[in-house]
Write a protein that binds this ligand. Structure first.
Ligand code: AMP
Length: 194
């Protein structure tokens, strides 16, 4: 695809994680800003989310945050963003993040990151969108999840072609090559569930 204008990043809100993950968040925020790509994210100042946004802002990038009112206290909204949307629910946040983005990048994270990632993957599976999804497998963090997806395919719970709904890269610098490459094939039109 052509270089996206806006990219949504899903990542952990925890700060109690290894430095390698913090470095990845920093490199991604800076890398997006240097390429003139707008960052769309959850709007918080904590964990990898905060590191990501700070790095993008430091590199003069445009950052859009979308945070639900009820978790503003927990995730501490970032006050230095070009745009901060305070919304009524997690559902509104996720919908806006999808609508405002041309592609999705997944860094290491916890249950919230998984929820967001699988929502965009399942929406793509159902042909509700056709935007690239790139998973950054920092130090093999996502290996157990990728192995589970292989098991789903082997056991018949997931179609082989749905493994191609996302791209996996090992390093942040490879994200940009993955985004510039030809678009991933969308979910086949004849997908049958039964
Ligand atoms: P985590 O990966 O658990 O650190 O969470 C990363 C982000 O996902 C945080 O901004 C959370 O607010 C968000 N999140 C957590 N649970 C959900 C959910 N059920 N739906 C949408 N976002 C969520």
């Amino acid at each position: 695809m052509k270089t996206p204008n806006s990219v949504c990043v899903y990542c952990g809100s925890s700060s109690r994680v290894a430095d390698v993950h913090k470095a990845a968040a920093h490199a991604l925020g800076a890398g997006l800003a240097e390429r003139g790509i707008r960052l769309v994210y959850g709007g918080g100042r904590v964990g990898l989310m905060g590191i990501l946004a700070d790095a993008a802002i430091a590199a003069h990038g445009e950052v859009v945050g979308i945070i639900p009112e009820h978790i503003k206290v927990m995730e501490v909204e970032h006050t230095g963003l070009a745009e901060l949307h305070v919304v009524d629910s997690m559902h509104t946040r996720k919908r806006m993040m999808v609508e405002r983005s041309d592609a999705f990048i997944v860094l290491p994270g916890g249950m919230g990151t998984l929820d967001e990632t699988f929502e965009v993957l399942t929406w793509k599976q159902l042909r509700l969108h056709d935007k690239p999804v790139v998973i950054v497998d920092v130090e093999g963090y996502w290996a157990p999840l990728l192995a589970l997806i292989d098991t789903m395919v082997e056991e018949g719970f997931c179609r082989e072609e749905h493994r191609r709904l996302f791209t996996v890269v090992k390093r942040v610098e490879d994200v940009f090559t993955a985004l510039d490459r030809a678009p991933e094939p969308s979910a086949p039109a004849d997908t049958k569930w039964l």
